[in-house]
Ligand binder design. Structure first.
Ligand SMILES: O=C(O)C1=C[C@@H](OP(=O)(O)O)[C@@H](O)[C@H](O)C1
Ligand SMILES: C=C(OP(=O)(O)O)C(=O)O
Length: 597
């Protein structure tokens, strides 16, 4: 296996490489083996990024120069400022720099509104983060321009768009909301724009999709690209992707802690652009990868596989979490004409291979589904407050993990009904009474739903019901160590939670226990923020140190949540929903307080 190199920390230099490697300064200088597969994300003190590697950021802390983030109608020509407006959490266009920097909690906390009565709400959700990320990457590599409708515009997806611009991809915003986008693709070697002050840089923010899906594209580019992100992103695991790219012949240099951002990835001698076997150009490239820490490692390779001459065969060495996300990747490829062979579901871990046949994804129209994972907190609110919450445009068939809400919510004390819309999609309604039940669930396939499940489990524990969430070891490498964070926040509320080897347990409290209002911590994690919002419904006085981090995947969350709570069935004539003890007397409004957590 070709080693990933670890550089003595220094300001990275540009290394324009021709596909045959001439002129590359991206090649290893001191080949040093770094981490092995299975590395877990170290705690903050275990992973200090060397100060000198931070020199690639500018003095303001903004990782990428503004020019690199400009939306372009074709490579190299900056688009008008209006085309790159994004929305802040209030829905107003945000300055470009707002999405390039980490959310700063600041001195104010958000007062999570408590439920004042049963709900009767319809919530329209923006597009799926995961589908938007895949649609952007595949549109970037397509055989013709693509038009995305219903795309999510959030911090993660805007960073993805910015990253693709660095790789030469063009884009145009087609409507006022920014959710209709035209993407102008590139062919390999991807025309990465040279920059004067060093290698082009990609800011991954805290987006797993950006930090895992884009480095393989840099391995097909004209020159190396440096990837970095938030401090918290430097703790997220990346090593197996780097190992796999290096094994395939890319030039990979770790600039900080082994297996973590920042890294430089380049084409090296261009091995990924040549047949794996010159004697048999139809033979696929082959690689093994340990994807037990994140399904995104496997998705990252699947997304780029068709571009390699002969295609790519990938064999995960062990279990893969979040399998619906792998199906989503495979379906996204197939919808664009790429042939993918999947292993038999019966094949044991370590003996499963995915083969992506060579080809170029088709461009054209793509409609993005609403984000069903982000539907979770809103649907959960019906179980906590009582009443009902409806999400329209729920796809009748989907690969999204969030479809599992249909099965999970009834196990937590709710009921779920659907009606068919004229266009064939569903209107999905969650109904609740305020009475919750605990759950014992293996969430390995749907780990991103765990924080919302944990919020309901916490409230169920105060009604006398224990819960156990299993199969989610990999949540320790999410935006924060979610198992540790959830346990800390549940206990801060007066619950009794503990980490297990592969998840967490929430012990039953005496039925009728009143949880303690507290100022909860988001850890810059959007799903910890929505955990606080859901628990706050039944624990009046709950506050949150950083609601702005919800902009990672759902800009406008506080306003949407406030609107949800205004739609109480109590205000609907004829409503007869029961009034649980936990309802607050205060009206449901979202406020911030000057008091810090
Ligand atoms: O591919 C994707 O879009 C995602 C895959 C999953 O990652 P993990 O397998 O790391 O959990 C999921 O949790 C994440 O929110 C999005
Ligand atoms: C794990 C998540 O995000 P990411 O795509 O950054 O991994 C998530 O959204 O729950």
């Amino acid at each position: 296996m070709v080693p990933v190199t670890r550089e003595a920390p220094s300001a990275p230099t540009d290394g324009a490489a021709s596909p045959d490697g001439a002129g590359s300064t991206d090649a290893p200088t001191t080949p040093v083996r770094t981490d092995g597969p299975g590395t877990t994300a170290p705690g903050p003190s275990a992973n200090p990024a060397p100060a000198s590697t931070r020199a690639i950021r500018d003095s303001s802390g903004s990782p990428a120069p503004a020019s690199a983030r400009a939306t372009r109608t074709n490579p190299g020509s900056p688009a008008p400022a209006s085309a790159r407006a994004t929305r802040d959490s209030s829905g107003r266009p945000a300055p470009t720099s707002a999405r390039a920097t980490r959310t700063n909690p600041g001195p104010t906390a958000w007062e999570a509104p408590a439920a004042t009565g049963p709900l009767d709400a319809v919530v329209e959700l923006p597009g799926s983060k995961s589908l938007t990320a895949r649609a952007l990457v595949l549109a970037a590599l397509a055989d013709s321009p693509s038009t995305l409708r219903g795309a999510l515009r959030s911090r993660d997806t805007d960073l993805m768009l910015d990253a693709l611009h660095v790789l030469g991809v063009g884009s145009e915003v087609l409507d006022e909301s920014g959710s209709s986008l035209r993407i102008l693709p590139v062919t390999e070697p991807l025309p990465v724009t040279a920059t004067a002050g060093g290698p082009p840089q990609v800011d991954c923010g805290l987006a797993g999709t950006v930090m895992r899906f884009v480095p393989p594209l840099a391995a097909l580019a004209q020159r190396p690209v440096v990837f970095d992100g938030d401090e918290a992103a430097r703790l997220r695991p990346l090593g197996p992707v780097l190992d796999a790219l290096a094994a395939l012949g890319a030039a990979v240099s770790e600039l900080g802690a082994p297996g973590h951002l920042p890294v430089r990835v380049g084409p090296g001698s261009g091995a990924l652009l040549r047949p794996a076997d010159p004697a048999d150009p139809t033979a696929p490239h082959r690689v093994s990868i340990d994807a037990s820490q994140s399904s995104q490692f496997l998705s990252a390779l699947l997304l780029v596989g068709a571009l390699l001459p002969g295609g790519l065969e990938i064999t995960p060495t062990g279990p893969v979490p979040s399998l619906p996300h792998i199906h989503m990747t495979v379906e996204s490829l197939r919808e664009r004409g790429i042939v993918v062979d999947e292993p038999s579901p019966q094949a044991p871990d370590g003996a499963r291979s995915w083969r992506v046949h060579p080809g170029r994804p088709r461009g054209g129209e793509v409609q993005i589904e609403p984000d069903l994972s982000n539907a979770g907190p809103f649907l959960a609110a019906a179980l906590v407050a009582g009443g009902s919450v409806t999400v329209p445009h729920w796809p009748a068939r989907t690969t999204q993990a969030g479809d599992a809400w249909r099965e999970l919510l009834p196990r937590l004390g709710g009921t779920v009904t659907t009606t068919v819309q004229p266009d064939g999609a569903l209107r999905l309604t969650a109904h609740g009474t305020g009475r919750l039940t605990g759950i014992d669930a293996d969430l390995s396939a749907v780990g991103e739903l765990a924080p919302t499940v944990a919020a309901l489990a916490t409230l169920a524990s105060a009604q006398g019901h224990p819960s156990r969430l299993r199969g989610i070891t990999h949540l320790r490498g999410h935006e924060t160590n979610r198992l540790a964070a959830l346990v800390a926040e549940i206990n801060r509320l007066g619950g009794r939670a503990r980490e297990t080897a592969d998840g967490l347990e929430v012990a039953a409290l005496p039925a009728g226990t009143r949880l303690r209002p507290a100022c909860l911590h988001a850890y810059a994690d959007h799903r910890l923020a929505t955990f606080a919002a859901v628990t706050g419904l039944a624990v009046p006085g709950t506050r949150l140190d950083d609601v702005a981090c919800t902009a990672k995947t759902l800009p406008g969350f506080p306003a949407l949540w406030e609107k949800l709570l205004r739609s109480t069935a109590a205000q609907v004539p004829g409503s007869r929903a029961p009034a649980p003890d936990s309802w607050a007397e205060a009206p449901a409004t979202t406020r911030t307080t000057q008091e810090a957590c």
